[in-house]
Design a protein around this ligand. Structure first.
Ligand code: 5AD
Length: 441
C-alpha cells in the first residue's frame, strides 16, 4: 500500500484540509506514515499569511527534499501553494506538484502525473468545492474540526487569504448536521465549526444562528465552538442562539487587529473601536463568563505611537484572556502594499514587545483571579512534559492534573490550584489523593 506523509502549517482550516487530503488519498488505498523517509508521497500543507510562515515552509521543504525516496513525490499544498503556483516549481526543482485549497480532489491525478515525470501546479479556484463526498480522516475521535464555510469575501487590506482561498461559500446546513451526527455517533463530543468569517455563514436558507442551534442540538455534542468570527457579523439572532445553546462554549476568538479606529479604517475592517467594544459587551451580556481572545497586528503602515497606545488601551479595556500578536508582514499584491508610511521594523518590533507584555500582564491578572474556582475540563491527553494529564475548560483554559490514562477523552470537574499566568494546575473535585481529600470546599 502506498504511504502518505503530511505536515500541516498555519490555521485550523489547514488542519481540516489535511484531513480532507488524507480522505481523498485513503480512497486510493494510501495509508498514513509519521516518517517522511518512509513515504511514497510527502505533502506540506502551507500558510501564506505572513512571510515568516512561508520562510519556515521553504526551509522545511529543503529538508524534506533530501529525504525523498527514488520515485517518491514531494508536493506543496495550501495557501502558499496557491499564492506562488508555478513559481514554486521553478524555485525548488525537487517539488513535483503544487496544489491550492480548491484542488485536493485532483491529488491522485497530480500524483500520477508526477510519477510520469510531469510537474504540475493546480491553482484553479472552484467556487462550488466543499469536498462534500470526501470523508475526512481525523486524528482525534473526541474533538473534531468541521469546516462549514470556505473562502473569504472581505478585503482586509493586509490579508492574503481572499487571494489564496477565493470567494466565500457555505456548506448546506443539512450536510453539516449529517456530518456532525455521524461524528457524535462515533464518540465525538466536541465540535469546532470552521470558516474564515464563520459567523457570516449563509447557505442560502440558513444563517449562523440556525447553524449553532442545529449543531448544538445534535445528541452527543457536549461542547460546540467556532472560529474565527468577524466582529460585526454577529446578528442579534446569532447572539441569542449563542445564549440559548447550552453546548456552546464560553469562549470566542474575536480578532480585533487594532485598537485604533484610524488604523482599522486603513485595514478596511468594517468596524471602529467603539463598535468592537459594543460587540464585546453584547457577547458578555449573552454569555456570562465568556472568555475572549483576539488577534492583533502592530506596525501596520501609518500606525503612529498614538494609534499603538489605542491598541494597548483596548487590550486593557476588554481584558482579553489571551491574544495572538503579530508584526505586520507585507504580502505581495495585497491592497496595503499601496499604503504610505511604512513603520520601521525596529519600531514595530519594539511595539510588539510592549504589546506582548501588556497582554501577558492582563491575562495573568484574570487567571490569578480564577485560582480556586471549579471547571469542567475535557481531558485531551498527556501534557507534553511530565506525568500530568492536560485538560481544557469550556473557556479554553489549559489545566494540568494528575490522573490515569483512562480519563483521556472524558470530562472531569476540577478545581484550579495554581497558575503560571497562562495555564493552570488543577485537582479533580472530590477525588481522593493518598487517602486524603485533596480539595477542601
Ligand atoms: N501581517 C501580519 N499579520 C497578519 N495576519 C493576517 N495577515 C497578516 C499580515 N499581512 C494576522 C491577523 C489574522 C491572523 C490569522 O493573522 O491578525 O487575524
Amino acid at each position: 500500500m502506498p504511504r502518505i506523509y503530511i505536515e500541516t502549517y498555519g490555521c485550523q482550516m489547514n488542519v481540516s484540509d489535511s484531513e480532507l487530503m488524507l480522505g481523498v488519498l485513503r480512497r486510493e488505498g494510501y495509508v498514513r506514515t509519521d516518517d517522511p523517509a518512509q513515504a511514497d508521497v510527502v505533502l506540506v500543507n502551507t500558510c501564506a499569511v505572513r512571510d515568516h510562515a512561508e520562510q519556515k515552509v521553504l526551509s522545511r521543504v529543503g529538508e524534506l527534499k533530501r529525504l525523498k525516496r527514488p520515485g517518491g513525490v514531494l508536493g506543496v499544498a495550501g495557501c502558499m501553494a496557491q499564492r506562488l503556483g508555478p513559481r514554486l516549481l521553478e524555485r525548488v526543482p525537487q517539488i513535483d506538484l503544487v496544489v491550492g485549497p480548491d484542488g485536493y480532489r485532483g491529488l491522485p491525478e497530480l500524483i500520477a502525473r508526477a510519477r510520469a515525470g510531469e510537474r504540475t501546479a493546480d491553482v484553479m479556484f472552484k467556487h462550488w468545492e466543499h469536498y462534500e463526498d470526501v470523508p475526512p480522516v481525523r486524528g482525534d475521535a473526541v474533538s473534531a474540526f468541521v469546516t462549514v464555510q470556505r473562502g473569504c469575501d472581505y478585503r482586509c487590506t493586509f490579508c492574503i487569504v481572499p487571494m489564496t482561498r477565493g470567494a466565500e461559500r457555505s456548506r448546506k446546513l443539512a450536510d453539516v448536521v449529517r456530518e456532525v451526527t455521524d461524528l457524535a455517533r462515533g464518540g465525538t463530543t466536541e465540535v469546532t465549526l470552521l470558516g474564515q468569517t464563520v459567523n457570516s455563514y449563509d447557505d442560502g436558507t440558513h444563517d449562523f444562528a440556525d447553524l449553532l442551534r442545529a449543531v448544538g442540538g445534535i445528541p452527543g455534542v457536549r461542547r460546540l465552538r467556532f472560529t474565527s468570527p468577524y466582529p460585526t457579523d454577529f446578528t442579534e439572532r446569532a447572539v441569542a442562539a449563542m445564549a440559548e445553546t447550552p453546548a456552546l462554549c464560553e469562549h470566542v476568538h474575536l480578532p480585533v487587529q487594532s485598537g485604533s479606529s484610524r488604523v482599522l479604517k486603513r485595514m478596511l475592517r468594517r468596524y471602529d473601536r467603539e463598535r468592537y467594544l459594543d460587540v464585546v459587551a453584547a457577547l458578555r451580556r449573552a454569555v456570562p463568563g465568556i472568555a475572549l481572545t483576539t488577534d492583533i497586528i502592530v506596525g501596520f503602515p501609518g500606525e503612529t505611537e498614538h494609534d499603538f497606545q489605542e491598541t494597548l488601551s483596548l487590550v486593557e479595556v476588554v481584558g482579553f484572556d489571551d491574544a495572538y500578536t503579530f508584526k505586520y508582514s507585507r504580502r505581495e499584491a495585497t491592497p496595503a502594499t499601496r499604503l504610505k508610511d511604512p513603520v520601521p521594523d525596529a519600531v514595530a518590533g519594539e511595539r510588539l514587545e510592549r504589546l506582548v507584555a501588556a497582554v501577558r500582564g492582563i491575562a495573568r491578572r484574570r487567571n490569578v483571579a480564577l485560582v480556586g474556582s471549579t471547571h469542567e475540563v475535557l481531558v485531551e491527553g498527556r501534557a507534553k512534559r511530565g506525568e500530568l494529564l492536560q485538560g481544557r475548560t469550556r473557556t479554553n483554559k489549559v489545566a494540568l492534573l494528575a490522573g490515569p490514562d483512562a480519563w483521556i477523552g472524558g470530562y472531569r470537574d476540577v478545581r484550579f490550584t495554581g497558575t503560571t499566568g497562562s495555564t493552570f494546575t488543577a485537582v479533580p473535585l472530590g477525588h481522593v489523593l493518598g487517602g486524603e481529600l485533596a480539595v477542601v470546599g
